[in-house]
Design a protein around this ligand. Structure first.
Ligand code: NAP
Length: 259
C-alpha cells in the first residue's frame, strides 16, 4: 500500500482541477488525475510538474458521466496505489450552446446534469464505500470528499439554466453526504467558486469582464484557479477537520448581498 495519502481529482487536466492537483501534490499527496482524455497535451504536461513536486502521478481516462465505468476505474486506482484518501469532484461542463431557458434543449440538459450531478454523486457513493472499508485497514487515515459547485447554486443565469440546476443539486448532494458520512469519520465539503479565469469562462469573457467592471464582484477581480486550489489544500491538510458539511465560498464576495 502507498505510504503517502492519495487524492483523486476529476477534471484535473486544466483550469481549476489542474491547480488543485498541483496544490495537493505540494501538500504531500500522490495524485490520480481524471479527465476524459488521459493523453491530451495538457495532461501530458501536468505529469512532469506533479512528479517534480515529489508526488506520484496516475492519469485516468474517464467521462464521469459514465457511471458504468466507475467500478473498474476505482479498482484500477486501488490496484495502483492501494488507498484513496481524498476525492475532489471537480469536473464540470457548461452547456454546448448558451440558450435562454425557454430555448434550452433536452439533450443539453441531460448532458450537463449527467456530468455535473449524476456522475459526481455516484462517484462519491463508490469512493465513500471504499473509504469506510479502508478506515479499518489504514493507520492515521483522514478521508474526505469535496464537491466543487459554483456561485450558480444561488445565482440565476438564464442562459445556463441547466448548470444552475445541476450545481444546486450538487450542493444538496454534498449536504446529504456530509450528514451520512460524519458518523463514518469521512468529512465532506462544498467549494463554491465564483468567476474563475479558465477555458470554461473564455467563451463569455467579454460579458463577464463588463459585469466585473460594473461591480459584480466586491473584491473587484476575477478569481484564479489557484484561489480555489488554496482552499482545497487547506481542507485536505485537515485545517477544517471539525467543519464537515461547510460551504467554502471562493468568489471574491459574490455571495454578499448589499443594498
Ligand atoms: P475547464 O477549464 O473547462 O476544465 C474542465 C476539466 O474537466 C478538464 O480537465 C476536462 O478535461 C475535464 N472534464 C470535462 N468534462 C469531463 C467529464 N465528463 N468527465 C471527466 N472530466 C471532464 O473548467 P474549470 O473552469 O476548471 O471548472 C472546474 C469546475 O469548477 C467545474 O465543475 C465548474 O463548473 C466549476 N466552476 C468553474 C467556474 C469558473 O468560473 N471557471 C465557476 C464556478 C464553478 P477533458 O476535456 O479532457 O475531459
Amino acid at each position: 500500500m502507498n505510504s503517502k495519502p492519495v487524492a483523486i481529482i476529476t477534471g484535473a487536466s486544466r483550469g481549476i482541477g489542474r491547480a488543485i492537483s498541483l496544490a495537493l501534490a505540494s501538500g504531500g499527496f500522490d495524485i490520480v488525475a481524471i479527465a476524459r482524455t488521459p493523453d491530451s497535451e495538457c495532461m501530458l504536461a501536468l505529469q512532469p510538474e506533479i512528479e517534480g513536486l515529489g508526488a506520484r502521478f496516475f492519469p485516468v481516462g474517464l467521462d464521469v458521466a459514465h457511471t458504468d465505468r466507475h467500478d473498474e476505474v476505482i479498482s484500477s486506482i486501488l490496484e495502483h496505489y492501494g488507498r484513496i484518501d481524498i476525492l475532489v469532484n471537480n469536473a464540470g461542463v457548461a452547456p454546448i450552446e448558451r440558450n435562454d431557458i425557454l430555448d434550452m434543449d433536452e439533450e443539453s440538459y441531460d448532458r450537463v446534469l449527467n456530468v455535473n450531478l449524476r456522475g459526481p454523486v455516484f462517484l462519491a457513493r463508490r469512493v465513500a464505500r471504499e473509504m469506510i472499508w479502508m478506515k479499518e485497514k489504514v493507520n492515521d487515515y483522514h478521508p474526505s470528499i469535496m464537491f466543487v459547485t459554483s456561485f450558480l447554486t444561488y445565482t440565476s443565469f438564464t442562459h445556463a439554466a441547466e448548470v444552475c440546476v445541476s450545481k444546486a443539486g450538487l450542493s444538496m448532494a454534498a449536504h446529504v453526504f456530509a450528514d451520512r458520512l460524519s458518523e463514518e469519520g469521512i468529512n465532506v465539503y462544498e467549494i463554491r467558486p465564483g468567476l474563475i479565469e479558465t477555458e470554461l469562462t473564455t467563451r463569455g469573457k467579454y460579458k463577464f469582464d463588463k459585469l466585473v467592471a460594473e461591480g459584480l464582484i466586491p473584491q473587484k477581480r476575477w478569481g484564479t484557479p489557484e484561489d480555489v486550489a488554496k482552499a482545497v489544500a487547506s481542507l485536505a491538510r485537515g485545517d477544517w477537520a471539525y467543519s464537515s458539511g461547510t460551504i467554502f465560498e471562493v468568489s471574491g464576495g459574490m455571495n454578499i448581498r448589499s443594498i
